[in-house]
Design a protein around this ligand. Structure first.
Ligand code: FRU
Length: 603
């Protein structure tokens, strides 16, 4: 009885789905659903639901297994759709073997091939001028390099859903650090595991001997998790067409750890004096240094860390480079960027840094062990790393960070994508109170997006209301101001929307603190650690200079020249187009320029 019912169901699905979208749905004896078709379009459009069914899916092409993913297929409702690029398989038989699904699930009848995919560019929390993946989940920036007029941005990407799974390297390029063009997925998971964070470099001297044509080879080094061994290893992929297509190195993984299981996020650079490659890699709470003549065979050199800096948390995504002190190229210091899983000022992950020296083999630190130096005091600036191969004539050290937080990144209320990058920032090492301090400030290219300037110069005694700052601007704007002649105890501003949701940014003069309070900023209830009032200690100054970049779902505050920065994401139901400056117990003079921030042209 049961069997014949199943048979009838299969027949009816065969006819209804098969005719509708040329995808044949069958059920195997082991209960898997098989979706099969001949690829003749660019994409297979996957209907997804959150949390959805989360089904293991094998992708087979002409009978050969190509990929294995976890896909949150839509069972009852379709929340959004995501394209799977099938253009390379034109004319071939493609099968998706979906384990544990049911052919009554809605994905079976909705899945289809298409030559186009529009995506949801207008989604409520999609920023206007910050980089987001066109679809899917994004975390760390990876493999940042500059070559032939383009800044390459690779990133931890789930191309098949908006949660942290199926980790691959997504790819985008920009000629100006502002206008990002998305490119096809760069590196997919393989038999050695998911593709975790790492770096890439241009092999100018063909040390790897992997160059085949006239373009220099890009080398990408990244971490893979071997589930059977419960260990992380380093692997290599290379590209001879400017990062468009990648080949996995045949001898992967190229570097296994001698003993520790946690061994992640290789940052590779060319060390000119020794004419060799250096790899900085995080191993629990330690930086390990390896060297290599060809970026393939690596020798262990030294380690640094353990009891330095933040007292808790694991180290991830390290970066090591030299910077002139106060712009003096004859007096350079080495900087170690160290992202740490715990110890942020309000809990959670954070970017700290160390300053010292490096001789090609070993990093030595100028700071005392217990000193803690943070690059950003907000909750949403993580996995900060820098671009390699920026031409000498430019000479900048440019960083970017993932604008989210592992505590709640999977739960934020954007739908078809999750995760955005900060704006790219220039790093400088300067002396403050006789100490080297790392400051970061938006790259000058961001200024190109400024439109519709307004100027306000006024004394704030109680409140000053700007009602409709840029009502047509989708909540993307910049406030650039100074505050002086301060007699007030609290100097603040609230960014507000018509629903009375607001983020409060203020300086408490007696406490010498800059605060960002997002407890009433909009949707905050998706995770207990999200509604927060965060602060940073600041110096007493006659004049405070603040620059605030607002982009619908994020607020980046830069104090001074980037001495004290705070990056926080927010999810207001409507854009914050009303601003109230206020003073408590006194007054101050405000001198402000505002700009609407335009969308870069290509997305
Ligand atoms: C940092 C990190 C890395 C890892 C990657 C996985 O956010 O945990 O250490 O390689 O994310 O996506």
């Amino acid at each position: 009885m049961k069997r014949s019912f199943l048979f009838l169901l299969m027949i009816s699905l065969f006819f209804s789905c098969g005719k509708k979208n040329d995808i044949l749905v069958t059920r195997q004896d082991d209960g898997s659903i098989v979706l099969s078709f001949t690829a003749d379009k660019k994409y297979l459009i996957l209907p997804l639901e959150e949390p959805g069914l989360e089904l293991p899916v094998d992708v087979k092409v002409d009978g050969k297994q190509e990929h294995a993913y976890l896909i949150r297929f839509a069972g009852k409702n379709i929340d959004y759709r995501i394209p799977m690029d099938i253009s390379a398989w034109k004319g071939k038989k493609v099968e998706l073997v979906v384990k544990n699904g049911s052919n009554a699930d809605i994905f079976c009848s909705d899945i289809r091939q298409s030559d186009t995919f529009e995506g949801n560019k207008e989604e409520k929390y999609r920023p206007v001028y910050h980089f987001t993946p066109p679809y899917g989940w994004m975390n760390d920036p990876n493999g940042l390099l500059y070559y032939d007029g383009n800044y390459h941005l690779f990133f931890q990407h789930n191309p098949f859903g908006s949660r942290g799974q199926n980790t691959s390297w997504g790819h985008a390029v920009s000629g100006d650090l502002v206008t990002w063009q998305s490119l096809p997925e760069a590196i997919y998971p393989d038999q050695f595991g998911l593709i975790f964070s790492g770096s890439s470099v241009v092999d100018w001297n063909n040390t790897s001997e992997l160059q085949t044509g006239k373009e220099k080879t890009f080398l990408a080094l990244y971490t893979q998790y071997n589930a059977a061994e419960k260990k992380l290893h380093q692997s290599l992929a290379y590209s001879n067409d400017k990062g468009l297509s990648w080949t996995k190195y045949s001898g992967n993984p190229i570097l296994k750890h001698r003993s520790a299981p946690d061994f992640r996020d290789p940052k590779v650079f060319w060390y000119e004096p020794n004419q060799e490659w250096v790899m900085a890699v995080a191993c629990n709470r330690v930086l390990e240094i390896y060297t290599s003549p060809n970026a393939i065979d690596w020798t262990y050199e030294s380690c640094f860390g353990n009891d330095y800096g933040l007292p808790q948390g694991g180290w991830e995504c390290l970066d090591l480079f030299e910077l002139p002190l106060n712009g003096d190229v004859t007096n350079k210091k080495w900087v170690l960027i160290c992202n740490c899983t715990l110890g942020g000022p309000s809990g959670g992950p954070v970017t700290q840094y160390f300053v010292g020296d490096f001789d090609g083999k070993k990093f030595t630190c100028d700071f005392k062990k217990e000193e803690v130096h943070l690059l950003d005091w907000g909750k949403d600036n993580y996995a900060t790393v820098s671009w390699s191969d920026i031409p000498r004539e430019d000479g900048r050290r440019i960083i970017i960070a993932w604008m989210s937080n592992w505590d709640y990144a999977n739960d934020v209320p954007s739908v078809s994508f999750k995760g955005a990058m900060t704006v790219p920032k220039e790093l400088k090492l300067v002396t403050r109170n006789n100490k080297p301090v790392l400051i970061s400030y938006p790259v000058i290219e961001i200024d190109k997006l400024r439109r519709d300037p307004k100027y306000i110069n006024t004394k704030i005694e109680k409140e000053y209301v700007i009602d409709d700052l840029y009502p047509y601007g989708k909540g993307a704007y910049e406030l650039d101001f100074t505050i002086k002649n301060i007699t007030a105890g609290i100097v603040g501003l609230k960014l507000i929307n018509p629903k009375n949701e607001f983020t409060d940014i203020f300086i408490s003069i007696p406490e010498k603190r800059l605060y960002v309070d997002r407890t009433k900023s909009g949707v905050v209830d998706f995770h207990a650690t999200f509604p927060a009032k965060v602060h940073a200690d600041i110096e007493v100054k006659d004049t405070y200079k603040l620059r605030i970049l607002v982009d619908r779902a994020s607020i980046e505050c830069f104090e001074g020249n980037g001495e004290t920065n705070m990056t926080n994401i927010v999810f207001p139901e409507l854009p914050y187009n009303k601003i109230i400056f206020y003073a408590q117990d006194g007054s101050y003079d405000l001198d402000m320029r505002t700009y609407r921030m335009a969308a870069p042209e290509i997305r």
